[in-house]
Design a protein around this ligand. Sequence first.
Ligand code: AMP
Length: 492
Amino acid sequence: MWFDIKAEIKDRIAITDASDSVTYKELYNEATTIAHFLLEKFNTNHLEEIKIAFLVNPSIQYVAIEWGIWLAGGVAVPLCNTHPISEINYVLEDANCQLLLSEELFQDVLKEAIIKPVYLKSITIEETHLLPLIQPEQRALIIYTSGTTGKPKGVVSTHQNIESQIKTLVKAWEWTATDKILHILPLHHIHGIINALCCALYVGAEVHFLSKFEANKVWDWWQKKDFTIFMAVPTVYSRLITEWENSPQDVQQNMTAACKKMRLMISGSAALPVSILERWEVISGHFLLERYGMSEIGMAISNPLHGKRKAGFIGLPLPNVDVRLVNEQNNIVNQGDIGEIQVKGDNVFLEYWNKKQATLESFTEDGWFKTGDTAIQDEEGYFKILGRTSIDIIKTGGYKVSAIEIEETLRLHPSIKDCAVVGIADEEWGEKVSVCLILHENQDLSLENLRIWAKTQIAHYKIPTQIKILTELPRNAMGKVIKPELKKLFLL
Ligand code: AMP
């Protein structure tokens, strides 16, 4: 199987976490112990896709459990380590999990869990089993969509899907066994699981976990160890920038030098503001490689590793992934017209767990996955994402406007630190372009002044007609803005 360990990497360091380091061989042995425990627990020689949930911080144990479940033929259901018990219970119930593995530090959170957790410390094995043969078509992983636009759905991927997603990225970003990644991403999400963890383990690279993101620790580690690659969401880069800016000049030089030694820095999972890309380039010497993907498809579009990377664009289709843009009639759009991104390939997930209708509705009759994202292609074929059709494409006064495009422009205003644009239902306009603003310290901005400035920047129908000034934007565990919450603010 794709997660079997090749002989040539078995003695290489696989993972370093807060307390230990293990080689690939040691990691595999730990995973095998978990697999034997699971087979014993369910009194079987093959878990046959039994769903096993686990709530464990990013660590050697996390990977041992995930691999252990796979080695025993089960489906891994990783839980978010910052979610409240209500959301954990939602996943446990929705995915029909039969077992919950965890560490004792989550004891308090799990007091009200609908499944009594088994803590890692208590795991022992009486006898070993012959490990089952795993088929590529088998279900392997259920991850829950971020739920920024509705109730989370369980995205089911097979081993074949995962292998295809990994191989695509290994090829496109040239992962090798000599890579070392500082891993700071949550491990209940595609970005952290596939892009940053599984790709590294697939090639025999070294993963160094920070159990949670802290900007100063990232900078410290980069200076201490020779990392080669980094992946994060835009908000992480924004916080790294703030940390750099607040550091003394001589320290800044060391921080910058540490970045320059790396070969690749990647951003994704949310639109990367051009202001962050440009500032990061000055600080780190890296023009961030922006890529696009989602839980259902892994990664589909990416700026190139070697060719031209374009600010504000997500790039070109990745190897072995078919991508097309279609209009509402499901016809391929003309170059320069907007359309929905649709994707086909082995990377595309199997189904939404237990949601036949939702699965059916998310594919076209000829088998393309409808991403629900709107984009446009430039003359060189590069895709620019305009946002999620359901929430970022605002229909106002007969025009369709992109929230992402407006946000990008508003961030150019000297008083605006960050912003999020939403459409609010309105009888006259259809939807009113409305914006939540985070201002720089000691700044003030009225709607009237914003509109006067915006008139010099964007078409009149894109200019917000309502504003709310906030101190923070509500974000989920991946750092994505939760726009439905912002909409509620305008309806109060
Ligand atoms: P998730 O399944 O949580 O990874 O969310 C996937 C969604 O994140 C996509 O459907 C896009 O709406 C958004 N997304 C991912 N990458 C990007 C990107 N580079 N730019 C803008 N939006 C993105």
